[in-house]
Structure formats: C-alpha cells, structure tokens
Write a protein that binds this ligand. Structure first.
Ligand SMILES: [Fe+2]
Length: 310
C-alpha cells in the first residue's frame, strides 16, 4: 500500500510488543511524523531518498536499516520509489545484542552505525513556512502545527539518535563444520523480540556438516522472514519481497529441492539477504493478509503426488 503517512499502514502481523508493516512511498512527505508508541525500525527494501529528522539528514539507500528512537520527528523525500519494511518496538526501544564470546566488534563494528548529519542539505530545508507533525500515541494520530520548520537544529550532543546500518556492513559469523543457529545473526533486539539479518556467506564445507537448517517447530518464538535479495538457500519458490510466517509449534524446515541441494553440496555460497523477526509472544495476523496470503504455502513441502519428505 502507498500513503504519505506511515501511520495509516495496516499491520501485517502484530502483538502487544511489536507491529510489522509495509509502506510504499513515492512522493515527498509534506508533513513530519513522530511515533510516541515506541522505537521504529525501517528496512529499505527498494528505492532511496533523503531522510530528515531532529538530528539532521541521512541519504537512504536500498539495504539500510534505520532505527528511529521514540519521539523523533522525521520525514522522507524519496529520490526513487521506496518500499519499506517497518517494525515498531511497541512501548519499547531497540538495543544491540549481547556479542558474548565474540566481542563487541563482531557481526558489525559499532563504528559502522551511521548517524544523521547537520549538513548543507539539512540546513537548506529549514524554512519559515508552516509545518505540521502527525504524532502517533496509543495508535491515535494527533496533529501539532508550527509557523516554521521545527527541524531547525544547528547541532546536537548525546548518545541517543537515529542510527543507520546497511546489511553490507554486517560480517556474518560462520563455521565450516557447524550450522550456526539464527540467533548468531541477531542485529537488533527488543525486550520481547529479535531482528536477525541473513547475509551472503559460505555454506558449511565439512562433509559431516548440516548445510540447511534442521527441521524444527520453533517452540519459543513465532518466526517471520522477509526476503530482500538473492536466492534463499533453504526455500523453494520464494521471491524477493515475500514474507513467510511460521508460528511457534508448526514444524518446518528446508524445502525438498533446497534439502536435496544441501545433501549434494550443490552450492558453496549463499547470496541470500533476509530480515528475520522472532517474537517471544504470539503474533496476530492482520486483515490485509486475507487478500495477499498464498494459501498454498502450507503445502509447499509436498511432492506433486502429495507425499512429504526429503
Ligand atoms: Fe524456523
């Protein structure tokens, strides 16, 4: 769906801690927005644009994550039509995961987190024209107006700000002998869910290693995958822009062709880029899914003769 405001986008999936939405934006937003319900995470699936906020200016490009702290005022001027995945941490904030044994510089160096700049582009958009702000609080939108552009900062100081990370700056952990669990790819965490990023990496090379995920029923988390780019190594018939949803308790794993390719060592490298949301609490399915869900997905592990297996 397309709209100038992210706040009218319907939920694909949601629970009290998380909202998962898609947003297409092809024209400049003529107003500012602020999410007072929680931090917002944008993932730029397609397109690009200029992002303006309290902290300055960022140029958005495909593959960027943008973490927007709760209460930030922002707007976007697209330079190419945007297709954005939005994940709200409702009444919560995003943190970086515990890096544990591998240390602070693993997966991505904190220095790769980019912040907005008070640059010429930002200063040039400051004007004395009336601007309005759409504030979302408790999912109700209110409008505040100023007789000038309130994105008028000349500088800022502190450790809370918008941050951007592109998936290309992620250096994935891998082992040639051990298929690492998805949690090794955690990128951002909130209290009741995690965001993981699957990026290109070599596939396990040891003859005894598992090369595709084991079959599992994910008993502790609902699992949502957004396919951004590449050939997803454990799924058949999945295209970019698709979302899969595997609720806790529903057994799933590699599709037949992907399993066979793993057995045959057919691929030595995976070029997939995918964003995973794992939620500790059950996700509800939004009404919008009724018109866009693939009802045959649940049968996609079956052979043409209806049998299931490797
Ligand atoms: Fe899974």
């Amino acid at each position: 769906m397309s709209s100038l405001s992210p706040w009218v986008m319907p939920d694909l999936l949601s629970n009290p801690h998380c909202r998962y939405r898609m947003w297409r934006l092809s024209e400049s937003m003529p107003f500012l927005v602020r999410n007072a319900d929680g931090d917002e995470l944008l993932f730029i699936h397609e397109g690009g644009g200029e992002f303006f906020c309290d902290y300055g200016h960022l140029t958005l490009k495909e593959g960027d994550y943008v973490v927007i702290p709760r209460g930030t005022m922002w707007r976007i001027e697209p330079t190419a039509p945007l297709f954005i995945l939005m994940i709200e941490a409702t009444e919560d904030s995003y943190q970086l995961p515990d890096k544990g044994l591998v240390g602070n510089h693993a997966i991505f160096d904190p220095a790769a987190l980019d912040v907005p700049a008070i640059d010429e582009c930002f200063l040039a958009q400051q004007d004395e024209n009336p601007w309005s702000l759409q504030v979302k609080r408790h999912d109700q939108v209110s409008v505040i107006t100023w007789p000038f552009n309130p994105l008028d900062a000349q500088g800022w100081h502190g450790d809370l700000c918008v941050v951007r990370l592109n998936w290309r700056d992620i250096r994935p952990l891998m082992s040639h002998r051990y298929h690492l669990p998805p949690s090794a790819h955690s990128t951002f965490v909130a209290s009741r869910f995690v965001i993981c990023t699957f990026v290109p990496r070599p596939i396990e090379s040891d003859p005894g290693a598992l090369r595709v995920p084991f079959y599992h029923s994910n008993d502790d988390f609902d699992e949502v995958l957004f396919y951004h780019a590449g050939d997803f190594f454990s799924r058949d018939n999945i295209e970019r822009g698709m979302v899969t949803f595997h609720p806790a308790g529903f057994t799933h794993g590699p599709h037949p062709k992907a399993f066979a390719a793993g057995q045959a060592h057919a691929k030595t490298f995976t070029d997939e880029v995918a964003v995973m949301l794992d939620t500790r609490d059950a996700l509800g399915v939004g009404q919008i899914c009724e018109g866009i869900e693939d009802p045959h997905y649940v049968s996609s592990w079956q052979r043409p003769d209806g049998t299931i297996g490797k």
